[in-house]
Design a protein around this ligand. Structure first.
Ligand SMILES: [Zn+2]
Length: 113
């Protein structure tokens, strides 16, 4: 398979970063709006559930953003595609699927149990 060059990878990661930033901004706007319309004919349990779900989504997006930024940093210092744990190259197919992974498959499986 063709391993794409760092420039292509960078623009892909930057696009992902922009997408996540837009998503996070949107979720923050929505949670502000929800605060404004609280206690309004809403079932409390449903409301709490929705807020918890939104928060989980927001935290997930923030964590992804963190990983994407890390990956961009690793592109800069030339360690992109190298497993953080064992120092071996990460399988290109794995990078293709998840461009911001920091561990090779073997280490990921071992560390995640
Ligand atoms: Zn490894």
């Amino acid at each position: 398979m063709v391993v794409r060059n760092a420039t292509a990878r960078r623009s892909e990661l930057e696009a992902e970063q922009a997408r996540l930033l837009a998503m996070i901004a949107q979720m923050e706007i929505e949670s502000d709006e929800n605060l404004g319309y609280g206690n309004h004919m809403a079932d409390d349990a449903t409301e709490a559930f929705e807020q918890a779900k939104d928060l989980a989504l927001l935290q997930n997006a923030q964590r992804l953003l963190e990983q994407v930024r890390d990956a961009l940093g690793r592109l800069d210092d030339g360690t992109y595609g190298i497993c953080e744990n064992c120092g071996n190259p990460i399988d290109p197919a794995r990078l293709e699927a998840l461009s911001y992974v920091t561990l090779c498959l073997r280490c990921a499986q071992r560390l995640e149990g």
